[in-house]
Design a protein around this ligand. Structure first.
Ligand code: ADP
Ligand code: MG
Length: 253
């Protein structure tokens, strides 16, 4: 299968409350690729993830984001989701008064509708979701609970992976999905992400820790610092980071 460009970000600069966060950042991602973005706290990783997903609070001051040959720089977040962009939040929100099963079904059906494909009634959706719940080793009782309400950190992260799977995402951006997972959950979630990966979709893995990359081997590792990607290398960079820390990475240019 030939690789195809799925995401190109060109010279992107972003600010929030007049504070520059992303600084002239460029990156290009093809189908079938896993890109890890690593970096210290506050380097701008989550901001980049949210800007790709279309979070309205950020102000783009220059540059462009092209997804699947479409310019999406200023597209609404729900349209981007319909186009196949999925963001698993670093801090998933709790939604009171909405059951997880209803939330997932409504999200799924909104996408089906946008694709002119049949929506699923609660019973048929339950069949679909039950298989997915099993594959991430989640207790089915979590479907009846309100979205993320009272879920542990790890359970919230699993719930994000559940959404990724049912929404059939073309580009999954996983923002520190590994944090909060115990070692068994980390293995389950990693297996799930590896199974999700095909030659037609792409994954951006944002993480501080090298341990996730023992389970999911990225094609590229980018190091982010002060809103810039200062270094791009292959999977071996993670080993260097674990041993010598971020300060051992010298900017390429
Ligand atoms: P990372 O995910 O790499 O830890 P973030 O993207 O969350 O970094 O944050 C990058 C920088 O932007 C930090 O210095 C953070 O304080 C700042 N920042 C992010 N969101 C806001 C906001 N809403 N208001 C002010 N500063 C923000
Ligand atoms: Mg972050």
């Amino acid at each position: 299968m030939n690789k195809r460009n799925i995401l190109t970000i060109k010279n992107l600069s972003v600010e929030i409350n007049n504070e520059p966060i992303i600084d002239n950042l460029s990156i290009s991602i093809n189908t079938g690729e896993v890109h890890a973005i690593m970096g210290k706290n506050g380097s701008g990783k989550s901001t980049l993830a949210k800007v790709i997903a279309g979070h309205p609070n950020y102000n783009i001051t220059q540059g462009s984001i092209i997804f699947n040959n479409k310019k999406i720089t200023y597209m609404e977040p729900e349209k981007r989701s319909q186009e196949g962009i999925f963001l698993a939040f670093q801090y998933p929100v709790e939604i009171h008064g909405v059951s997880n099963a209803d939330f997932l079904r409504l999200a799924y059906n909104a996408q089906q509708k946008a694709k002119n494909e049949p929506e699923l009634d609660p019973l048929s959706f339950f069949e679909l979701i039950s298989k997915q719940v099993k594959s991430i080793d989640m207790d089915p009782s979590f479907l009846a609970r309100n979205v993320n309400e009272g879920f542990s950190g790890g359970e919230k992260k699993k719930n994000e992976i559940l959404q990724m799977n049912i929404l059939n995402s073309k580009l999954a951006i996983l923002d520190e999905t590994d944090s909060g997972l115990d070692i068994d959950a980390l293995k389950t979630v990693s297996n799930n992400i590896n199974n999700f990966k095909t030659s037609l979709n792409s994954i951006i893995l944002i993480t501080h820790y090298e341990r996730l990359l023992n389970y999911i081997v990225p094609d590229y590792i980018h190091i982010m610092e002060s809103g810039k990607l200062i270094y791009t290398g292959n999977a071996s960079v993670a080993k260097q980071l674990e041993k010598y820390g971020y300060d051992s990475i010298k900017p390429k240019i």
